[in-house]
Design a protein around this ligand. Structure first.
Ligand SMILES: [Zn+2]
Length: 259
C-alpha cells in the first residue's frame, strides 16, 4: 500500500466528490492520506476530515507562508493541538515555511522577516507538542536552514515538494529531514536529476493534489490515485523495482507521522 503524505482533500476542489476521490485512491492502492492545513479554515477542516475518516485521513495544522501578510493567529493552531480529542487525528504541524517566489518583481508571500517569524512560531509549537513539521520551502533554502539553526535542536519533519539542489539535499540529510516528491518529477528535468540522489530512507511520496498533476494527466485536477505514477517514475529514474519505492516510502511515512 501507498500513503499520500500531502494531499489537500480539505480544499473546495473536492467538495462535490471527496468520497469518490478517496475511494478511487484506495482502489489504486493509496490507503492513507496526510491532509495539511494552509490557513485557519483548512486546518480546521483537515481535523474534521480526519475524524470522519478515522485511520485513513490524518490531519496537519498550520499556516502556509502565503498567510504571513495577513497576520494569522498562531494560537489557533495551538488550540487545535491542545485539544485532547484531536490528539490521534493531528499528526503534524504544517504546512509552514518560507516562500520567496517573486511575482511581478515582488515576493508574493510578503516580507521575509514576517514569514520567518510565522515559521519559527510553528516550529516552536511542533516542538512543544512533539509533532513533526511539514515544511514548505520555495526559493528560500538559505534562510530556511538559518531559521532551523536558531532552534535548540532541529525539528523532525519533511521538506514537502522538495525543490532544492544537491547542496540543499546534503544539508537536509544532515538534519535528518525527509524529502517529499510529487508529480512534477514526471516533467521537471531539474527534479529528475536530483531525486535519484535522495536516499530511500528519506523519501516520501505526495501528490500535493489538486496541484502538480503528473504526466500523462497534466491539465486535469490532480488526485491521490496518481501516487503510483509518481512511484513508477522514481523507480525508473533509479532503476530499481517499484516495490522497493512503495515499501521504503510507506515505512518512512509511518515512522515520521506515527501512523
Ligand atoms: Zn506547499
Amino acid at each position: 500500500m501507498y500513503i499520500d503524505t500531502h494531499v489537500q482533500l480539505n480544499f473546495a476542489d473536492y467538495d462535490s466528490d471527496r468520497a469518490m476521490v478517496i475511494g478511487n485512491a484506495k482502489k489504486a492502492g493509496v490507503r492513507q492520506f496526510v491532509v495539511p492545513g494552509v490557513d485557519h479554515n483548512s486546518s480546521r477542516t483537515a481535523v474534521l476530515l480526519a475524524r470522519q475518516h478515522e485511520g485513513v485521513v490524518f490531519a496537519a495544522v498550520g499556516f502556509h507562508p502565503y498567510e504571513a501578510p495577513h497576520n494569522p493567529d498562531v494560537s489557533y493552531i495551538e488550540t487545535l493541538l491542545k485539544d485532547e480529542e484531536n490528539k490521534k487525528y493531528i499528526v503534524a504541524v504544517g504546512e509552514c515555511g518560507l516562500d520567496y517566489h517573486e511575482y511581478k518583481g515582488e515576493i508574493a508571500a510578503g516580507r521575509k522577516d514576517v514569514q520567518q517569524r510565522l515559521f519559527e512560531d510553528q516550529l516552536t509549537l511542533a516542538r512543544t507538542y512533539d509533532k513533526p513539521v511539514i515544511i514548505h520551502c520555495r526559493d528560500a533554502f538559505e534562510d530556511m536552514f538559518s531559521v532551523i539553526a536558531r532552534l535548540p535542536q532541529p525539528p523532525r519533519g519533511v521538506l514537502h515538494c522538495f525543490s532544492g539542489g544537491l547542496q540543499d539535499l546534503r544539508l537536509a540529510q544532515e538534519l535528518g529531514l525527509y524529502m517529499g516528491v510529487d508529480g512534477n518529477v514526471t516533467y521537471s528535468k531539474q527534479l529528475m536529476t536530483i531525486v535519484p540522489h535522495i536516499p530511500l530512507s528519506m523519501l516520501l511520496l505526495e501528490t500535493d493534489a489538486p496541484y502538480l498533476t503528473p504526466v500523462p494527466h497534466r491539465g486535469d485536477r490532480n488526485e491521490p490515485k496518481y501516487i503510483p505514477l509518481i512511484a513508477d517514475h522514481i523507480a525508473k529514474l533509479r532503476n530499481i523495482p517499484v516495490a522497493d519505492i512503495m515499501k521504503a516510502t510507506t515505512e518512512n511515512a509511518r515512522a515520521l507521522f506515527s501512523i
